[in-house]
Design a binder for this molecule. Structure first.
Ligand code: FES
Ligand SMILES: [Fe+2]
Length: 460
């Protein structure tokens, strides 16, 4: 006998923040395909999510000196993230106030001012209009603040990570991050001086919605299947050891790891309980890759007793930390999701180096660690991320099946004792559960429903 599924009536379009029935589109156990495919919903996200909450913009080490700048985006808004002549970090709209062209076409650089390539209006890196060609042609007073560049009104850093929001009512960044900052602190504090410096990036662009990447960020369920070729390679090297991906080969829920949701859409997956607390404990878990034994023996030859503690600084931290909507720390990478359109996204993996501010490690050791760190950071983006983006593209295709409306996120839901809510409000579950996704969608829905108190700012 064939069972016909009834097709739900399409959600009503009402206009404004009540454009859709958000409670219908995102339910406890499932989400409607439209949230990944509808351009109108994407448009709402570009203000309510990328604007309504704290969005990661850049790392302070990318603009270390006065007048350094880097061009980035917040949602679709082009921005210039600049450390101005007085050292203040600003997120200027990269959009000329004359006729709207992008002002700065460089990825990064150092400049006290920006000159528009179209008609030559010139702006200071505080955003103030400095001058225009042949001003006698204007009757208007060009000192009017409306001619100064728009900027993101709230830009705050947490230990080097720069975030911005247009929402005047958003909590201060540290309060917004809340408990996830503890695990960010741990990620940083394992490095000398509690610091990293951002390097260049592996850049991916996939044909799929940005949320597909965030939905995958804490997903421990897909690993054994999606990353099978990587897992098989690592199994060959790992023997009985729980190295890299090989960790997932047996029932992942019985392994010492878990996921924790900490609020505001943020979560992390923690494989650190698997770590032996000894010098070399982290290095022992590092994914196998060609030349590894050689590096290891070189470190032992050069640094003797210190070798394993130093190797740990090159090894990948076994935790995935995700800050909604666009920021992840994985291993030693900073991953950033940049929406391009409803069905296109950039996924950028910035590598990180360590620094030795207080000279404790010595120049040779830092150079060797960072060279090896580069090798360990080549692995996952090249051999793992390709599997993930292939999935994202195939999901986007699958979701073109209009009448088959729902995607399910109910793994772990309704099994007594499996998902635990703690006193601080955080939620833990086994590593393969979709509790993280159910929770970040509550935050997504809250933001989509809320008419936020938005503003931009200009210099007076
Ligand atoms: S658009 Fe920039 S000067 Fe005309
Ligand atoms: Fe993956």
């Amino acid at each position: 006998m064939t069972v016909l599924e009834k097709i739900g009536s399409p959600p009503a379009r009402l206009g404004g923040t009540a454009l859709y029935d958000w409670d219908y589109l995102v339910q406890e156990d499932r989400a409607h395909r439209l949230i990944y495919t509808d351009p109108a919903i994407f448009e709402v996200e570009m203000t309510h999510i990328f604007g309504g909450t704290w969005t990661y913009l850049a790392h302070e080490s990318e603009i270390p000196r006065e007048n350094d700048f880097i061009t980035r985006r917040m949602g679709l808004r082009p921005l210039i993230i600049v450390r101005d002549s007085e050292g203040k970090i600003r997120a200027l709209y990269n959009r000329c106030t004359h006729r709207g062209t992008t002002l700065c076409r460089w990825d990064k650089g150092n400049s006290k001012s920006f000159q528009c390539p179209y008609h030559g209006w010139n702006f200071l890196n505080t955003g103030r209009l400095r001058g225009v060609p042949w001003p006698e042609g204007y009757a208007a007073d060009l000192r009017d603040p409306k001619y100064n560049l728009a900027q993101v009104p709230r830009v705050e850093s947490y230990r080097g990570f720069i975030f911005g929001t247009l929402n005047l009512d958003a909590l201060p960044l540290t309060e917004h991050l809340g408990p996830i900052s503890t695990v960010i602190d741990e990620w940083l504090d394992r490095n000398p001086g509690g610091k990293v410096v951002v390097c260049e990036a592996n850049r991916f662009r996939y044909k799929g919605n940005w949320k597909l990447a965030y939905d995958n960020s804490c997903d421990g369920y897909h690993v054994a299947y999606s990353h099978r070729s990587l897992l098989e390679t690592e199994n060959r090297f790992a023997g009985e050891n729980a190295k890299g991906m090989a960790y997932y080969r047996n029932s992942p829920d019985t392994q010492p790891m878990y996921m924790r949701y900490t609020g505001h859409g943020n979560h992390f997956k923690d494989k650190r309980p698997n770590l032996e607390k000894r010098p070399g404990g982290l290095w022992a878990l590092e994914s196998a890759h060609p030349g590894m034994e050689h590096y290891e023996s070189e470190f032992i030859k050069r640094y003797g007793d210190r070798a394993f503690a130093l190797l740990d600084l090159a090894g990948s931290e076994p935790v995935n930390i995700n800050v909604f909507p666009n920021f992840s720390l994985l291993g030693n990478h900073i991953q950033v999701f940049e929406p391009v359109s409803v069905e296109e996204t950039n996924a950028i993996w910035y590598g990180t180096m360590i620094v030795d501010d207080d000279g404790k490690l010595g120049k040779d050791a830092v150079t060797d660690i960072n060279a090896l760190r580069m090798r360990t950071q080549e692995g996952f983006p090249n051999f793992g991320e390709v599997d993930d983006v292939a999935n994202f593209e195939q999901i986007q295709r699958g979701l073109m099946a209009i009448e088959d409306e729902w995607v399910y996120m109910n793994r772990g839901l309704g099994i007594p004792g499996r998902v635990k809510t703690h006193e601080d409000g955080s939620i833990t579950a086994p590593a393969t559960d979709e509790a993280f996704m159910r929770e970040h969608f509550k935050e997504w829905k809250r933001l989509m429903k809320t008419r936020a108190n938005f503003a931009i700012q200009r210099e007076p």
